[in-house]
Write a protein that binds this ligand. Sequence first.
Ligand SMILES: [Zn+2]
Length: 461
Amino acid sequence: MPLILQNADVLVTMDAERREIPRGALVTDGPSIVWVGPTDALPREWRERADAGAAEVIDMTGHVVMPGLVNTHHHMYQSLTRAVPAAQDAELFSWLTNLYMIWSHLTPEMIAASTRTAMAELMLSGCTTTSDHLYLYPNGARLDDAIGAAHEMGMRFHAARGSMSVGQSQGGLPPDVVVEQEAAILRDSQRLVEQYHDASRHAMLRVVLAPCSPFSVSRDLMRESAVMARHYGVSLHTHLAENDNDVAYSRERFGMTPAEYAEDLGWVGHDVWHAHCVKLDAPGIALFARTGTGIAHCPCSNMRLASGIAPIRAMRDAGVPVGLGVDGSASNDGAHMLGEARQAMLLQRVGHGPAAMSAREALEIATLGGARVLDRDDIGALAPGMSADVVAFDMSGVGYAGAGHDPVAALVFCTPGTVATSVINGRVVVRDGVLRTADLPVVLADHRRLARTLFERAQAH
Ligand SMILES: [Zn+2]
């Protein structure tokens, strides 16, 4: 049924003029938005359909309505390993080493359960499109397990087929028990693309090829993944230049900076995005701008692991596409998309002064920025023809009290709240703050049980 959202205090469009419409309204029909404007100007046709009960109407008085947020980097399985004592106070490489052995006990059931939990958390925080980078496949786990869970939850999903192939015995970081053979990785990547990838407008599922990082796969796998991605027209994703040790590994092992290595492998272009890039140098920023190569900026994770402050101001000024990522739940134990936008704004200010990023720029990066990084032009803005991904925040709670002077900026300056309404692909997935696509207490009980099982199995080994 068509859906009419009306009487929003402000409707943030993120359209070409960045219009913010007071007392705004919006109409969706099927998977797309068909009309946006002031409530008073709602076409008679839609009023009549609403009066006849042929369109659902949601009153948005007291709410800010905006495009659904886009999460460009996550490892959802890590929701099972939050706040692990041994990994609380470590930097990237030793953090990973402490966790790999626990993750080697993951099962297909755990992948599905953690995907449901992570998506519930994201959806309640205003996120409507997410990528997930799954790069461990122990005990029969497959990317299909995450894809099935995403379908149940009703989220728009870019499923990244991650991989690790260079274990410790080959000079890589991960233990040999969690790496795969490269031929098997490529075979499975091809299967997934052919089985699931949907290139059409408003696609709910796309597949991405995503070897985990330069320190866990070979040069050959990076190159062959790029060739396969271009053959099928799918995107490429990996981790790059995350911290000083990561840069040192690149120089030592490949004799190149991370940006030079990416260029050498064919890993630049509008169809490529790299997570972090905290240590991307000036020539790297120029390269990414020239080629339209995207960045998933993950401020909470970068702070948690003390990786540094990514040069987002310089990247944006140069024209590099920048989106936001909450990153995996073991390096950002809270996956709140609006919270991530807030941290992006605050962290640039720590590094570069109070004018380094405004609240509206943070919202733009979280919506339009993420869309561009995922190589999509059908999400990230509210305009006719765009996908019907819309969220609404209720501004009447204590967290926004006194912020009525600028409710849009308040979304980023104030403590981030839970979304009141969320619409994905024209379907209402959250209503009055309640998830409608899953029974959340059941999802969480299942997740708690499996998190316990995972630790018991890891301790027994
Ligand atoms: Zn990551």
